[in-house]
Design a protein around this ligand. Structure first.
Ligand SMILES: Nc1ncnc2c1ncn2[C@@H]1O[C@H](COP(=O)(O)OP(=O)(O)OP(=O)(O)O)[C@@H](O)[C@H]1O
Length: 632
């Protein structure tokens, strides 16, 4: 609402009649005409004093312009409000006849008609003023109403604004929530992408798995079929198993019975073994604990010996025949026979196997716990070494390798009866009453010296000698080969040394039957004696004489010892020679002795053959006391 300036110029009064009467002299003709229709023109705007204060006048949209001076009469036009103006115009049209001849009322810019009042027409002016006032009041009222309406509108607007602010806040809040959600959604989107990629991977995997699954399904089907087959088989097997279990129970029962039987049989077997040993020993005793076998070597040319006669009906006697020429020539040649009988006589055709069969019984005695001594006596070249060792070929193998073979085989058999054996081998040479280790493998310069020592249990041992534990036949054969090598080395340095030395192979046997708490201990002694030939003292000198004396001494002492044993003399001169001292354990009461007397069939060996047979016969006549097994 604009404030309109109030013009200080006097406004035409609405009561023009009274005014003109008071101010007639100033009133012009035109003004008089105007007075007749004071209602026609009413000022549109007037200064209004409200509450002693000049209130703004509602002068509608246009301010009250300066009074427009018309050509004929002064007209004050106040711009009325539209409604007022209309009313004014209407009222004018109804009852007031405004003279058109009068100067036309000044037109305000707003189109209102300004009526110029005469100065004297105060009444009209008052009336105008009152009109104005009413107008203003109406306007004020309407403005107030409008104001009230506007206030109401403003309150509504303010509440709307508040509402909208609230809404705005709520929306901002919502926006912030949406933003947060959006932010969260962006994270979710990344996750979603990852999930999508994982999904695609998983889909691929799934596809692979599906393929695999199909394969597995096929496999499963085939396996199910197989399973069915197997189940059927299983059921068949189960029934078979049930049958077998029944059979097993029966068999177990049978086994238990058999075990009892086996145990009984083992006892019986053991008893039988003990009985066998006893009987075996009885037989050996009946045969004599010292036995002499005579063996005749074949002639070198394969011919027949003229002076050695072996009766075909008998394998225990031998006759040595000597034809003595007549010294005078007048009498016929006389033949002298020397008859000898031994436990067994082997002719030149006897094989190594045949010879060993007789000895094998004694070898068995060695395993049974008896000391066994087997030696070969005879002149050089009579076949002692051949008999004891033989050749390497199987058929010609001698007593030692065969005895070793038999012992290991028998030990293995006895193992099934609970026996466990330990074997120790040694090989010693006696030359010129000196002991030499044939199993020595060290330097020749460092060869130790040896002495025969008697142990507390009457056993004999040799100091510094190699006692080798052996577990099989081959091991022993290897040692025999080593001994031969050692002997041949010595022989190269000294011709025919082997003929002039005794070689003694000893196998110590220790058996244990833990189950029956039995132990046995024995020694198998196999001796290849030096050549027994005697040389005339005149023919032997120096070293040869020394050798001869040593050989003769030891062989003579062997005879003496055997005789002393046979005669049960209180003193047996074992210590007179290294040989008898060494063989002490194997000779005498607790041993079985076998002597081979080897003879050469040649004519020129007749004397030595006779001597050998006489020596052997002397031994054969001895009865060595009853042997007892070394059992604990
Ligand atoms: N029974 C036999 N059958 C075949 N050949 C034999 C027999 N006895 C001995 N010989 C042979 O006679 C030879 C002499 O035998 P051997 O060497 O065994 O005699 P030795 O008495 O041991 O002699 P030395 O005392 O010199 O050792 C050897 O060639 C041997 O092969």
């Amino acid at each position: 609402m604009s404030r309109l300036p109030i013009s200080k110029r006097a406004l035409p009064s609405s009561s023009s009649g009274s005014s003109s009467s008071e101010n007639g002299q100033d009133q012009g003709p035109a003004q008089k005409r105007v007075r007749k229709d004071p209602e026609t023109v009413r000022p549109q705007a007037a200064a209004t004093v409200i509450g002693g204060r000049r209130a703004p006048v509602a002068a509608t949209r246009a301010p009250i312009s300066k009074p427009v001076r018309s050509a004929g009469a002064a007209t004050v036009a106040v711009a009325p409000s539209r409604g007022v103006l209309k009313q004014s115009i209407a009222s004018t049209a109804r009852g007031v006849n405004v003279r058109q001849t009068a100067a036309p009322p000044a037109t305000k810019a707003g189109g209102g008609v300004v009526v110029k009042r005469n100065k004297w027409d105060l009444k009209a002016k008052v009336s105008d003023m009152e009109d104005k006032l009413r107008n203003y009041q109406t306007k004020v009222k309407s403005a107030n109403q409008e104001n009230e309406v506007l206030k109401g509108t403003m309150v509504q607007s303010q509440s709307k604004v508040t509402e909208m602010q609230r809404e705005l806040l709520a929306q901002r809040k919502q926006i912030s929530e949406y933003e947060e959600k959006l932010q969260a959604m962006s994270g979710v989107q990344a996750e979603l992408e990852q999930v999508c990629s994982e999904k695609s991977t998983l889909e691929k995997e799934l596809s692979n798995l599906e393929v695999k699954y199909k394969v597995m399904e096929t496999l499963q089907n085939s396996q199910e079929t197989e399973l069915q087959t197997l189940k059927m088989k299983l059921s068949v097997q189960e029934s078979t198993l049930a049958r077998v279990q029944t059979t097993l129970r029966d068999t177990e029962e049978e086994v238990r019975t058999l075990k009892e039987t086996v145990a009984e049989q083992k006892d019986e077997l053991h008893a039988g073994e003990m009985e066998r040993r006893r009987l075996h020993n009885s037989i050996q005793e009946l045969k004599g604990n010292i036995r002499v076998f005579c063996r005749v070597r074949p002639t070198v040319d394969g011919g027949i010996s003229k002076h050695i006669q072996l009766p075909s009906s008998d394998d225990k006697t031998i006759t040595l025949a000597k034809t003595e020429e007549s010294h005078t020539g007048k009498t016929a040649d006389t033949q002298k026979n020397y008859n000898f009988s031994f436990d067994r006589v082997f002719g030149p055709q006897a094989s190594q196997q045949e010879v060993f069969e007789e000895i094998s019984l004694l070898v068995q005695s060695a395993l049974d716990g008896y000391n066994v001594c087997c030696f070969a006596y005879g002149q050089t070249g009579s076949g002692k070494t051949y008999t004891m060792e033989g050749d390497e070929v199987d058929v010609t193998r001698g007593v030692i390798p065969r005895a070793v073979q038999q012992i290991f085989k028998a030990a293995e058999k006895l193992g099934s009866q609970g026996w466990e054996f330990n074997f120790t081998a040694s090989f010693v040479e006696i030359y010129n009453e000196t002991l030499r280790d044939l199993l020595y493998t060290g330097k020749a310069s460092k060869r130790p010296e040896h002495e025969v020592r008697k142990l507390t249990n009457n056993d004999v041992t040799i100091t510094n000698l190699t006692y080798e534990k052996v577990s099989n036949e081959d091991h022993v054969l290897g040692l025999i080969a080593l001994a031969n090598q050692n002997r041949s080395t010595a022989q190269t340095a000294q011709n025919d040394r082997s003929s002039r030395s005794h070689s003694v192979f000893q196998l110590d046997i220790e058996g244990v039957n833990a189950g029956r708490d039995i132990k046995c201990k024995s020694t198998l002694c196999l001796v290849d004696l030096a050549g027994s030939e005697r040389m005339l003292k005149s023919q032997s000198q120096g070293e040869r004489f020394k050798e001869m004396t040593a050989i003769n001494g030891s062989l003579s002492n062997l005879g003496i010892v055997i005789t002393a044993l046979a005669n049960k003399e209180s003193y047996v001169p074992y210590r007179n020679s290294k040989l008898t001292y060494l063989l002490q354990g194997c000779l005498g009461g607790n041993s079985k002795t076998l002597m081979f007397v080897n003879i050469a069939p040649e004519q020129d060996s007749f004397g030595e053959t006779l001597n050998s047979l006489r020596f052997a016969s002397k031994v054969n006549d001895c009865v060595i006391g009853t042997a007892s097994a070394n059992r604990k």
